[in-house]
Design a protein around this ligand. Structure first.
Ligand code: ATP
Ligand code: MG
Length: 474
């Protein structure tokens, strides 16, 4: 393998390295950047390692951020570059399998490199004089496309259990295999993952889900006993067989759906991961057919608890939960315009793109049919039409409001107002022509006079209500 050339490094990063050298220090490109350079992959971020102590590094540049001075890291902004400069470290003891108890600085690059997790992450390149340092023989593993722990794998995973997930994540991200002794150590050390903070686990999980094909990683997580500790909801899907519409069990279908979701759409991938997790607990039989009634609601509850456990932001939890809840719609050309409007109302315009992407992934992951369905394009067109003509979808879109009703009917604020407005909305959803002030006031008088039972309050009739129940739906 050839060493990278200086033209591959951003000029600002090279300038930072040159400054460090002028101050009498060393400057090495380390970690993911040198690994990805050698692989010809796009570089995420440039990290430099130096023997200069952080205070000195900070004194050399005008704009710095001392993000982790205890750990030796100074962020340097210089000539257009934004780069982390970390003093060579040797890690202290790992008594709780989470974080080193203390870090101490060292003047030795090799010591800094061999504390790193995997051989392919333990390379260093001096961009000024072009030297490559490779004490763990990472280049050979890059060539062989292998993830191998630096040193004794069981000891390394015992030191820091997050490395278990990182091994699997890097294998998926780089399309590498896990070297056999490292793989055996995953099996042995899997329980260690339970000591890792949910935030760190979530971060790795998110990175794993950005891999081109996360299925490989998810399968390894399952085989090694990590999945049931990190995502028990998904592990429970393993071996849960389905009816004749599905070629795969729920677990393998889920993996195929995750792969089929676009890698850059984080929430769609998460929704694909969870969309059928309600199936194991709703599985039943009816007339010899396997059913999963209301599995989408069960799935939503599982999203709720799993996302809280993993400390996902509330917005992620709500959006993904909503997508899982809504994923079972069954569009047919016979849907009336009112059904299309109710669907739009239930899903929400801002979630439609994600929901359609989830549906495409779900179908592609089915194993029996393929690709986009023409009916869905038709649904998209019909929705666009309703959006275009600004059809009323909520009581706020009605041509009258609560104040109008109070004046017209001489009633006080209270539940009756809401009841009438919701009844009016149902009528307007059926026929948008009725969203006209005088007509609505007239209907409001009738509904009010008819008493609480006179109207068809509160639709529970979604678009699907015109259809026979689907064996997997509500
Ligand atoms: P990416 O391109 O995904 O950012 P990366 O290799 O840069 O990959 P980071 O998590 O950013 O991964 O870590 C930077 C470097 O720090 C790694 O390459 C590795 O050398 C080291 N490192 C990070 N986390 C650990 C860990 N838990 N144990 C040992 N070394 C680690
Ligand atoms: Mg990185």
């Amino acid at each position: 393998m050839i060493t990278p050339s200086r033209t591959e490094i951003p000029p600002g990063v090279l300038a930072i390295a040159t400054e460090l050298r002028s101050a009498g220090g060393q400057a090495w490109v380390v970690g993911g950047a040198i690994r990805d350079l050698l692989l010809g992959r796009p570089i995420n971020d440039w990290d430099l390692a130096t023997d200069l102590v952080p205070e000195v590094v900070a004194s050399l540049f005008r704009r710095t951020v001392e993000i982790g001075i205890r750990f030796g890291t100074v962020r340097v902004l210089y000539r257009g570059a934004d780069c982390e400069v970390t003093t060579f470290r040797r890690d202290g003891l790992y008594t709780d399998a989470r974080r080193p108890d203390d870090v101490s600085f060292t003047g030795s690059l090799d010591e800094d490199l061999v504390r790193r997790d995997f051989t392919v992450n333990a390379l260093a390149w001096d961009p000024v004089d072009g030297r490559l340092e490779d004490p763990a023989d990472g280049r050979a593993d890059l060539d062989a496309r292998l993830i191998r722990a630096v040193g004794e794998p069981v000891a390394r995973f015992t030191e820091d259990g997050l490395r278990l997930l990182r091994a699997v994540r890097f294998a998926a991200q780089l399309d590498f295999h896990i070297e056999p002794a490292t793989y055996r150590a995953l099996l042995i050390c899997a329980p260690r993952i339970e000591r890792i903070s949910p935030e760190r686990v979530r971060e790795e999980l998110d990175r794993l889900l950005q891999a081109p094909r996360p299925s490989a990683a998810l399968a390894v997580l399952h085989e090694t006993g990590l999945l049931r500790r990190v995502l028990p909801e998904l592990a429970a899907c393993y071996g849960v067989t389905q009816n004749k519409h599905h070629a795969f069990d729920v677990f393998h279908h889920t993996l195929a759906a995750v792969d089929a979701a676009p890698p850059e759409r984080r929430l769609v991938r998460l929704a694909a991961l969870f969309h059928d997790t309600g199936k194991p607990r709703t599985r039943g039989e009816k007339h010899g057919v396997t059913t999963f009634y209301a599995h989408q609601s069960a799935g939503r509850r599982l999203v709720d608890s799993a996302f809280r456990r993993l400390r996902y932001p509330n917005e992620d939890r709500e959006r993904v939960g909503h997508l899982v809840q809504q994923h079972m719609f069954h569009y047919r050309p016979e849907w009336t315009d009112a059904a299309v409007r109710r669907f739009l109302r239930d899903v929400g315009e801002e979630h439609l793109d994600d929901l359609f992407a989830l549906r495409a992934a779900d179908s592609a992951g089915n194993g029996t049919r393929r690709g986009a369905t023409p009916e869905l394009d038709e649904l998209r067109r019909r929705i666009a039409f309703e959006v275009e003509r600004r059809s009323a979808l909520t009581v706020r879109d009605l041509a009258i409001d609560g104040h109008d009703l109070m004046r017209e009917l001489l009633i006080m604020p209270g539940p009756e107002l809401g009841r009438i407005l919701r009844a009016l909305l149902e009528e307007v959803l059926d026929d948008p022509e009725r969203n006209e002030r005088e007509a609505l006031l007239g209907r409001a008088r009738e509904i009010h006079a008819g008493g609480p039972d006179a109207d068809v309050d509160a639709d529970s009739s979604g678009p699907g209500s015109e259809e026979l129940p689907h064996p997997e739906g509500e």
